[in-house]
Design a protein around this ligand. Structure first.
Ligand code: BG6
Length: 483
């Protein structure tokens, strides 16, 4: 397979929070891999900015460590790291004060793309936006990149949008949802809109139901404080799962282009039904084979935050009315598995007289073992009449695409390069984020008003038993959570 890497324009990328966890784990190693792949031009420069007093040499050492720990990838040969590090610089900066801003301004070059990555808590977004402006660091072509959590409800999200809009046009704001940068998530669109086969059947006339699962084996780890204030609904459903649902449910955009795609996603969010309390299951993990329970991990014996949530969601429009979307996500589950499953309806008439209960099932595996499987019905081999059997037509990307399918670029690599290119298609627009909170807020408010306690589930299990009931009541079953 031929790699078609097109170098981006020369840029200055400033990473606020340049010594933070996200920078260390994702942004800097991702940039390095793009460098190795030949996508970063020689004139590209990355400036780390954070509170710590250190010089550029210290920062280069810090970045070298991060890259050694979190991976260079196969394309990076020995020696390239030293070359990459030459493109790095560091400025100690005070986000809420004046320290360091002049120094930063001096290092920015004219006539290159300027991008500012806010890899910091949302409480600093407004301060950074303002200081970038007052110190004259931005122009009309400059971009800012912000990370989730983008608010914790509609009110706070609106405020953040206003804080940014005071200094930047929407076309300059790149709100990252890293799920959109995952290769297989983009493949969802390729499968839907690049094949004649699926789109005519992609509606409630032919689709019985859809399942979206993002199951994790990790617990809340060292993020207990943040997570306990968020829970699975805010941390995963409002953003990542919502985005997946949108890509499956949206109408075909006229072009694969930023506003065309985002307009269609927004229409889906606005068509989501309010969720009935009996269509939601919240769970919280108990100690199990996988170690400590949730409440121990967050050091709050009375925490009512959910580490698992399963929902039955309706989309009220012509395409989907009557086809439920079952969505679930949780931590400390049996296996790491992200999958979208489209279960087609049973045959309306079988000419073989063996019952009609054969269903085509299209499963799109996002991670791990990225691939697509279509379950089809065929004749069981051998004599003895026409007996039917369901078999998978299986395509693992690693097998089908060779090394490139095996080692797809990390989501952050793709997204950062899109920022430099000025392509907003895989980023969330402000109104999308607000609409997602408008749908999520009443669900969370309902739990709080009812004082709901999440159902316990064993670490390392498939989640609470009530989630099984959620589908069983509709005579359906979840796909097994397995790696
Ligand atoms: C993050 C959440 O946005 O996504 C985490 O805050 C979660 O809680 C993570 O673990 C999952 O991302 P991925 O790429 O590992 O599926």
């Amino acid at each position: 397979m031929v790699s078609r890497v097109i170098p981006v324009d020369p840029f200055d990328l400033v990473i606020f929070g340049g010594t933070g966890d996200l920078a260390r784990r994702k942004i800097l190693p991702g940039l390095f891999r793009r460098y190795c792949a030949g996508q970063m031009p020689d004139e590209a420069r990355v400036i780390g900015a954070a509170r710590s007093e250190m010089d550029t040499a210290d920062y280069r050492n810090f970045v070298a460590e991060a890259i050694r720990e979190f991976g260079g990838g196969r394309a990076c040969e020995d020696g390239t790291l030293a070359d990459f590090l030459k493109r790095l610089d560091y400025v100690a900066i005070d986000a809420k004060g004046e320290g360091g801003w002049r120094d930063l301004a001096k290092r920015m070059r004219p006539k290159v793309v300027r991008a500012f990555y806010f890899s910091v808590g949302p409480s600093l977004f407004g301060d950074l936006a303002e200081r970038l402006n007052t110190h004259g660091l931005t122009d009309d072509g400059s971009r800012i990149v912000v990370e989730k959590p983008f608010g914790r409800d509609l009110g706070t999200a609106r405020q953040l949008n206003r804080d940014l809009a005071a200094f930047f046009d929407e076309s300059q704001i790149y709100r990252i949802d890293h799920y959109l940068g995952k290769e297989t998530v983009q493949n969802l669109m390729a499968v839907r809109f690049g094949n004649m086969l699926f789109e005519p059947l992609w509606n409630s006339q032919y689709v019985d139901h859809i399942q979206i699962t993002v199951a994790e084996t990790v617990g809340v780890g060292g993020r207990g404080e943040y997570y306990d204030r968020s829970g699975a609904m805010r941390d995963m459903v409002q953003n990542h799962l919502m985005q997946l649902l949108c890509l499956i449910a949206m109408e075909p955009p006229s072009r694969f282009e930023h506003d065309a795609v985002r307009d269609e996603k927004l229409k889906v969010i606005r068509a989501l039904d309010p969720v009935e309390p009996h269509h939601i299951v919240r769970g919280q993990y108990e100690p199990g084979v996988e170690g400590a329970g949730y409440r121990e991990a967050v050091e709050d014996a009375r925490s009512r935050t959910e580490s698992y949530v399963a929902l039955k969601v309706g989309v009220s429009n012509w395409r989907w009315a009557g086809t439920p979307f079952y969505v679930r996500t949780g931590k400390r589950l049996r296996a790491r598995m992200s999958e979208i499953v489209v279960v087609f309806k049973e045959l309306n008439h079988s000419i073989f007289g063996d019952g009609k209960d054969h269903q085509n099932v299209l499963s799109i595996r996002l991670q791990p073992n990225e691939g697509i499987t279509l379950r089809v019905t065929i004749k069981e081999p051998g004599p003895g009449g026409m007996r039917l059997v369901d078999v998978p037509l299986d395509m693992t990307f690693a097998d089908a695409l060779g090394p490139e399918g095996e080692d797809p670029p990390d989501a952050y690599e793709r997204l950062i390069m899109d920022v430099i290119r000025g392509n907003q298609t895989l980023f969330m627009r402000g109104d999308e984020v607000e609409a997602a909170w408008s749908w999520t807020d009443p669900i969370i408010a309902g739990w709080e008003a009812r004082g709901e306690v999440p159902k316990p589930y064993m670490s390392g299990s498939e989640g609470p038993g009530d989630a099984v009931q959620l589908l069983a009541r509709d005579r359906r079953v979840w796909r097994e959570v397995k790696a």
